[in-house]
Design a binder for this molecule. Structure first.
Ligand code: ASP
Length: 344
């Protein structure tokens, strides 16, 4: 009889212990950021963007272009689609938008021609595809994807790339489709005045996207018309895997924009991955150091967008602006242009 209350108090003691342990472990879990279901980040190029020089209308048009592209990619991810398909959905829309220096709206090279570069990479198995110096493919990112899907090669340029794209069923157009008056006026201005200074100024408007899907797969893509008044035959970083584009499910997905020669020489996109894998740097640390210290010290203007395997994002740039937008599952989307805008 005397044992009975003792027995009850023991049960009570263990019950309290159990509840407090499970309560504190719940609290610990909620302190850690939860991996989001999906993440999508896009950019529309970095460069000199002065708030005072941009009209309210053109600011609104850029933001609308970015948001339309972001929503299209998000739709794919929300419905359980792959990070690759989300990247493609966002980039193809920006390639169709004449505001951006990719697809329609690309800049002219020094002989008055348009030459597109694009690349795509998947983080799951490291599949990749790229095209350079193509001028009849409506969506160069789709030609890059066709090369990746085919798998025999990674990088095709010029006529061979165009031939392969046609065989793969990728849409082609007459080069006049890519004409835009303001890009042509800029070309003429440079040609007539021979402003050497301008040759090295990156042309804002390159586009890119990085995504993490519900399966945990990362993908990255970049598409561009390259640099304003570039030499005929010049390839930038955008189609170079490891320079302008990189994805690895063990680290991150990256798409860069800026003065391509520096991004190639410094293997920027791959360096971000390598810093995370070999030095244990976080995505934020690695991305900020690369763009705000290393590239800046070389006087290399530009930026990048990146998402890591846990859904963290980084969007550093060392110019006065970078067209950018992102959405993290369950949170409101964000779109911004200038360096003093609210952003990651
Ligand atoms: N990175 C591109 C290139 O050098 C240009 C840009 O991003 O603005 O071709």
């Amino acid at each position: 009889m005397l044992q009975h209350p003792n027995y009850l108090s023991k049960i009570f003691f263990f019950l309290v212990l159990f509840l407090s342990v499970s309560f504190s472990s719940c609290q610990m879990k909620s302190d850690k950021p939860q991996k989001p279901d999906y993440v999508l980040v896009i950019h529309g190029g970095a460069g000199a963007m002065e708030r005072s020089k941009m009209s309210t209308e053109s600011e609104a048009a850029y933001k609308e272009g970015l948001m339309t592209a972001l929503r299209a990619g998000e739709e794919v991810l929300k419905n359980g689609g792959s990070s690759t398909d989300a990247v493609i959905a966002s980039i193809t829309l920006m390639e169709d938008n004449p505001l951006f220096n990719a697809g329609k709206g690309a800049v002219y090279n020094e002989v008055g021609e348009i030459a597109h570069d694009a690349s795509i990479m998947e983080g799951k198995q490291g599949r990749a595809g790229a095209v350079g110096a193509v001028s009849i493919i409506r969506h160069p990112i789709l030609a890059a994807k066709a090369i990746m899907d085919d798998g025999r090669h990674v990088f095709l340029v010029g006529k061979g790339a165009e031939k392969f794209a046609i065989q793969s069923g990728v849409d082609t157009v007459n080069p006049s489709y890519f004409f835009t008056q303001n890009r042509w006026d800029n070309y003429e201005k440079t040609r007539q005045s021979h402003l050497e200074r301008e040759f090295t100024i990156p042309s804002k408007g390159t586009v890119g996207a990085v995504a993490l899907d519900r399966e945990g797969n990362l993908a990255a893509g970049t598409s561009t018309g390259g640099m304003h008044y570039k030499r005929e035959g010049r390839l930038g970083d955008s189609p170079v895997i490891g320079a302008g584009t990189w994805a690895d499910n063990n680290s991150c997905a990256v798409s860069a924009t800026g003065h391509g020669e520096f991004f190639i020489r410094n293997a920027v996109a791959h360096d971000l991955h390598a810093r995370m894998i070999y030095s244990g740097q976080s995505l934020q640390q690695a991305a900020n150091d690369l763009v705000m210290n290393k590239l800046k010290s070389l006087d290399a203007g530009g930026g990048l967008i990146a998402v890591d395997k846990n859904g963290s994002i980084a969007l550093p740039f060392n110019t006065s602006g970078m067209f950018r937008a992102y959405v993290i599952a369950g949170q409101e989307a964000s779109v911004s242009i200038y360096s003093d805008d609210e952003s990651k």
